[in-house]
Design a protein around this ligand. Structure first.
Ligand code: PLP
Length: 379
């Protein structure tokens, strides 16, 4: 017997399976058309099931941020990029313990970090490819000059267990509407030409130039030198992505199904999705609120408590009744996904499948707690 949306306990993330397929196909086709390698970031879905589909559609490998993501994804993929600074003994140990069958690339921007990475690789009897992270405007991580990139690349080449593979950048600072990105992409092209030129002159030509976020994904072929793109959000899309014009509203595949639990206060309705479902993420584009209704985009989640979302009804003629279900498009889908254990896959109103958000969380911070005498005592 079929199960329908109305039977689900809310709040719960639901994915329109047709939209998901469309989004996966569209990015795979874009990358193929322009000869770009696709290495999707798994932080959005954290799910081996979707990762396997991305690989089936031609992705060359996957990008991870956390070691938990890398561990889970190594079950379906033998080519992982960890695009997060490999700092700290516990993180390095976990990196070195990844399956020996998996080729692991790591992004790094610091000499000391590379020394530690090399030691970890040697202790783990393995090799890491290294992408030197460069800052092309995001101002988060990455070296800020070609000279520094050359110095780091040389250090990689000297390290016995590391190989220099190329450079990596994250164009997360590009949040203009897609048709208004020309200036930012022009700057990116000039910067990349400088880095690639300097490294090549130094005898270190980068094999890989890895970049690409979802907002900038559709125009990455206009940036000469880029060989690989790493979009993540495109699988589900979200309100920010739609506002930027990197997807249509109808391409938003994931919504949080919620129930109207109160209409007592005039001009508003309360749903059972608050910060613990949606996250308190601002719209990283023009507009207010923490999400909007799929079927009534003029209705936004104006305020939230942990378990309450306040829908602003002042801009709509729509009047919900107590117990009605609504579908909220989150501002930032990756954060919403991370709040749930499981995703429900639907076609129309029928529930078709379900899958775990298998790589959510961090895994244990420590294997075992020691009970040694140095621990503070209560008395
Ligand atoms: C290093 C890196 N690469 C790729 C991505 C994917 O970008 P987007 O979420 O816009 O698809 C992210 C997103 O945070 C990132 O941090």
């Amino acid at each position: 017997m079929a199960t329908y949306l109305e039977q689900l306990e809310t709040p719960v993330p639901i994915v329109d399976l047709d939209r998901l397929s469309f989004n996966l196909d569209r990015m795979a086709a874009y990358a193929t058309l322009h000869g770009l390698q696709l290495r999707p970031h798994v932080k959005t879905h954290k799910s081996p099931r979707i990762a396997a589909e991305q690989l089936r559609l031609g992705a060359v490998g996957l990008t991870c941020a956390t070691l938990r993501e890398a561990e889970v994804m190594s079950e379906v993929c033998d080519d992982l990029l960890v695009a997060y600074p490999p700092v700290g003994a516990a993180r390095l140990e976990r990196l070195a313990r990844l399956s020996p069958d998996v080729r692991v690339s790591v992004a790094a921007d610091d000499a000391q970090t590379l020394d530690a990475l090399n030691v970890a690789a040697r202790l783990g009897r393995r090799q890491f490819d290294v992408l030197v992270e460069v800052d092309l405007g995001m101002h988060r991580v990455g070296v800020s000059s070609p000279e520094r990139a050359i110095a780091i690349a040389r250090q990689v080449e000297r390290a016995s267990a590391l190989q220099f593979a190329g450079i990596l950048f994250y164009p997360g600072h590009i949040r203009d509407a897609v048709e208004a990105q020309a200036a930012a992409l022009g700057q990116l092209s000039a910067d990349i030409a400088q880095y690639v030129g300097a490294l090549t002159d130094a005898g270190l030509p980068p094999r890989v130039v890895s970049g690409g976020s979802t907002p900038a994904a559709w125009r990455m072929h206009e940036v000469p030198g880029v060989t690989e793109v790493r979009p993540g959000t495109y699988v589900y899309n979200d309100r920010t992505t739609a506002r930027i014009g990197a997807c249509d509203w109808d391409d938003c595949a994931l919504t949080i199904l919620a129930t109207v639990v109160s209409t007592a206060v005039k001009g508003q309705a309360v749903i059972d999705a608050g910060t613990k479902a949606l996250g308190r993420e601002p719209l990283r584009a023009e507009g207010d609120g923490y999400g909007a209704l799929l079927d009534h985009p003029e209705v936004v989640v104006a305020r939230m408590s942990e378990e309450h979302g306040i829908l602003d009804l002042t801009q709509t003629a729509w009047r919900p009744r107590l117990g009605d279900q609504v579908r909220v498009v989150p501002n930032h889908v990756c954060i919403a996904v991370h709040n749930f254990d499981e995703i429900i896959g639907v076609r129309g109103h029928a529930v078709e499948t379900r899958w775990p958000v298998a790589a959510r969380g961090r895994g244990p911070a420590i294997d075992e707690l020691s009970e040694g005498p140095s621990r503070p005592r209560a008395v």
